[in-house]
Write a protein that binds this ligand. Structure first.
Ligand SMILES: C[S@@+](CC[C@H](N)C(=O)[O-])C[C@H]1O[C@@H](n2cnc3c(N)ncnc32)[C@H](O)[C@@H]1O
Length: 798
């Protein structure tokens, strides 16, 4: 790098104005590059990628910039590591269909990349960056579905329209909301509702195709005489509102129109986009727990994304009980973007440009002799050359930043593996391992067995004293993980503990093991993986037991756990099951589960102490046929979802450690297995000028449709929020039933769009809460057979 390190450059450049046009230019340039592509499909995909890549690059740099603002020295010291992190994100993005892995890996990658800082700083920084980047990730995920350029959308619309017109006469297909927010509805007097909706997403096309397949015979006879090869619908682009139009077939690009009026349509008046200030919402994978708002100390959580609204404003709201002036609470989005988003500096732009081209073109890394100058980028992208920019600014493959990013990108998918290698090599510094352990421990969820699940609060890892029983128990009570290899602790039928098969344990190994005990609890196989098989799971378990490594931990942590529990009492309690913590048989004195009239779940430590015979153990079922859809199933009766690990209804087939879900017939595991139906959002038939939730596939009676996800709040918080929402809108997205309070206003799933039937119809669904993995969750279930295209309606209160 010609003028100093990247850190220095970032530091110097970070306060410059953000140049938003750079993004446009980048996007434009990339689109031009792609215009030569032959296949439409290929082009479309590339364009889509192009759009979100640009956004993404900017988002990542924006996050870095935010850090600059708050902790300049921190970032300066770690900027390369954050770049590393960004590259990892990029890699995850490229295979974005595996978004879950991308998100989970992010936290882990973060903790790796920030290693070496003070422990406290590390924890704080990792959590702060992870949460903001997760937000970016979630938004990104959204944009993958929706953010397409106008041309792309337009071209896509045309294709869809052609498909539709070829195969018209399919009744009442809803294809989701349109980007121009208008509804086009056929008003032919003969047929009540022929379609004229254009889908913009692939999945909608596939829906059409599916329905068309089902109606093929009818369609064939209808259009048997129609011979045009390429069809195109006219007019499409701008139709005056409220006017009846003729929809015609004609041959594309042919001025000699031999069109045929096939139907009349009316363009309904525009449906306004919901004002984003009130309705911006982040899609959630799982429920999100929030603590009660502390009115004295913290900014209030109002129904607005990303805004921290000062307490005075909130107090004003409560006192005046009057509608708020938007600008008081909700700064305009555009101004926020323009003024706060800073930081694609010239040099960084070059990097991003190079990086993005690299990804899109899938070229080999930049050749060494290629020089990449700011002016050459400007020429290519029609950017103005600014006087302040050094004209000879150049980046080559030797540039550490470029090389670094490329090396990460080239092998992004193996990043996690390499992270493990790093852990291994980390044994030179015990403190680092311990720091790492602390971070991992914080992020690792014992309920979900994933990193930073976002669903559960960090759980104190409780290490069972009699863990050896687990090896025996493995034959009866399956574990989440399959045996890791031959000789795995869970494969040993009668453990011969007296025989040591341990390799030598160095001091480093012991400290690492201690660290891992806190992270992984008794997941010995995981430890073995992270140890890179230097020590097997058997050896880890044996060594930990014979040296009483975990007992100390249990004693040490008891006090802390009590403290945590009492903290959490103030907020969501019943919904969020906390494992008990005692080392003898459960009774109402010692067992928090029993006291709360809850069952002990399988992750409660008492199961290990009592060899799986805890008297307060959660019920399981062995229903024949695996239906579990009525009161004869004990799980169903108790509003519990069946447990694939314990209920025998679920037909737990294992093939090389994977669940074979095709053989599982149980229908009482919808929430846990995320077996939701394919749904989409479109203008509602019941809520005038509002949105509704529709199904793309037929649903059978009692089947699980989707989970009502949102922020889990306490009753107090729920009431407080409702009050603030009422001041803004008459709509409510809060689900209240018994102990369950879910606020889907700012964060939620598609279920937040489900309407009530009102007086026009009967509900076709019902809501029901289920205890799933200990926690209370709310599912929407079909009350009758539902056809594809129907709106999902359920009574909010019953
Ligand atoms: C959870 S939201 C449903 C989504 C909402 N339709 C939208 O456009 O975002 C619930 C709100 O929708 C409105 N709503 C739901 N069902 C309705 C109906 N049958 N008639 C009128 N408004 C309805 C009410 O304002 C209610 O508070």
């Amino acid at each position: 790098m010609s003028d100093g390190s990247l850190e220095k450059l970032l530091h110097q450049e970070s306060h410059k104005q953000f140049q938003w046009p750079l993004k446009d230019a980048l996007e434009k340039r990339l689109q031009e590059k792609l215009s030569a592509k032959q296949s439409f499909e290929e082009k479309r995909v590339q364009l889509k990628k192009c759009g979100f890549l640009c956004d993404f690059v900017i988002s990542v740099w924006y996050e870095i910039h935010k850090l600059f603002k708050t902790d300049p020295e921190l970032v300066e010291a770690n900027v390369l590591r954050i770049l590393d992190q960004s590259a990892f994100l990029m890699a995850g993005l490229l295979k974005y269909k595996n978004f879950e892995a991308f998100e989970n890996g992010m936290s882990s990658a973060l903790s790796m990349s920030l290693r070496g800082l003070e422990r406290e700083t590390l924890l704080q920084t990792a959590s702060r960056i992870a949460s903001s980047l997760r937000e970016v990730g979630v938004n990104l995920h959204e944009s993958l579905e929706h953010d397409m350029s106008a041309e792309t959308i337009w071209e896509f619309l045309n294709t869809t329209a052609m498909t539709l017109l070829k195969e018209l006469d399919v009744k009442k297909i809803r294809l989701g909301y349109l980007w121009d927010s208008s509804r086009v509805r056929e008003c032919d007097s003969d047929s009540e509702a022929n379609l004229l909706f254009y889908g913009i997403l692939e999945r909608r096309i596939s829906l059409i195709r599916k329905i068309v397949e089902e109606n093929r015979r009818k369609l064939m006879s209808h259009y048997a005489n129609f011979s045009a090869n390429v069809l195109y619908i006219s007019p499409l682009k701008s139709v005056p509102e409220g006017r009846t139009i003729h929809v015609t077939f004609s041959e594309k690009f042919s001025k000699n129109i031999s069109s045929k009026i096939i139907t009349k349509a009316v363009v309904l008046s525009k449906i306004e986009r919901p004002p984003y200030e009130y309705f911006t919402w982040v899609p959630l994978k799982t429920n999100y727990k929030v603590n009660d708002t502390d009115l004295r100390n913290e900014p209030i959580s109002l129904p607005i994304l990303e805004d921290s609204v000062q307490i005075e404003v909130y107090t004003k709201l409560l006192e005046q009980d009057s509608p708020l002036i938007d600008s008081d609470l909700f700064p305009q989005k555009s101004s926020r973007l323009n003024t706060e988003r800073i930081s694609l500096t010239d040099k960084l732009f070059c990097i991003c440009y190079e990086l993005t081209c690299f990804i899109l073109e899938k070229t080999s890394p930049v050749s060494k002799d290629r020089e990449f100058t700011y002016s050459s980028v400007c020429e290519e992208t029609y950017l103005p050359l600014k006087g302040t920019v050094p004209k000879n600014l150049s980046l080559t493959a030797e540039d550490p930043a470029i090389a670094f990013i490329h090396s990460r990108l080239l092998d992004g998918s193996n990043f996690m593996n390499r992270s493990f290698q790093r852990i291994d090599s980390c044994s030179e510094s015990f403190e680092q391992v311990q720091d790492l352990g602390a971070v991992l421990r914080k992020w690792f969820c014992r309920k979900c067995y994933t990193y930073a699940c976002g669903e559960h609060l960090p759980m104190e890892v409780f290490l069972p004293q009699k863990f050896f029983n687990m090896a025996y128990e493995a034959n009866n009570t399956p574990f989440l993980y399959p045996p890791c290899r031959n000789g795995c602790i869970f494969n040993v039928e009668v453990p011969s503990w007296g025989v040591s098969r341990c390799h030598d344990w160095t001091n480093e190994d012991i400290i690492t093991l201690q660290s891992f005990l806190r992270v992984f609890g008794s997941s010995w196989c995981d430890m073995a993986t992270v140890f890179f098989q230097k020590h097997s799971c058997y050896e880890c378990a044996f060594f930990a037991e014979s040296n009483s490594l975990f007992r100390k931990r249990v004693t040490k942590k008891n006090g802390q756990r009590k403290k945590n529990q009492s903290n959490r009492k103030s907020t969501v309690t019943l919904m969020d099951h906390i494992h008990c913590s005692h080392d003898d048989d459960c009774n109402s004195e010692n067992c928090s589960c029993k006291k709360g009239e809850l069952y002990c779940e399988k992750y409660c430590p008492c199961h290990s102490f009592t060899q799986g015979n805890c008297r307060n153990r959660a019920i399981c079922c062995s229903c024949k046929g695996g239906k579990c859809l009525n009161g004869q199933c004990p799980c169903f009766k108790e509003n519990r979802e069946c447990d694939p690990d314990r209920c025998s209804c679920f037909a737990r087939f294992r093939t090389e450690g994977m669940w074979d879900e095709s053989k599982s017939t149980c229908k009482n595991v919808g929430i846990r297995t995320k077996a939701h139906k394919r749904l989409f959002i479109a203008p509602s038939d019941y809520h005038e000028r509002g949105w509704g939730l529709f199904t793309t596939e037929p649903i059978e009676k009692y089947e699980f449709i989707c989970e009502y996800k949102g922020e889990l709040v306490s009753l107090d918080e729920c009431e407080r929020r409702e009050k603030s929402y009422q001041a803004i809108t008459d709509m409510t997205f809060v689900f209240k039933k018994g102990e369950v309070h879910i606020d889907a206003t700012r964060k939620g799933g598609k279920a937040r769009f489900a309407n009530e039937p009102g007086t026009k119809a009967l509900p076709n669904c019902y809501s029901c809460y289920k205890r799933t993995m200990g926690d209370l969750r709310v599912g929407i279930y079909a009350d009758r057979n539902i056809q594809a295209g129907e709106e999902i309606l359920f009574k909010y209160e019953c």
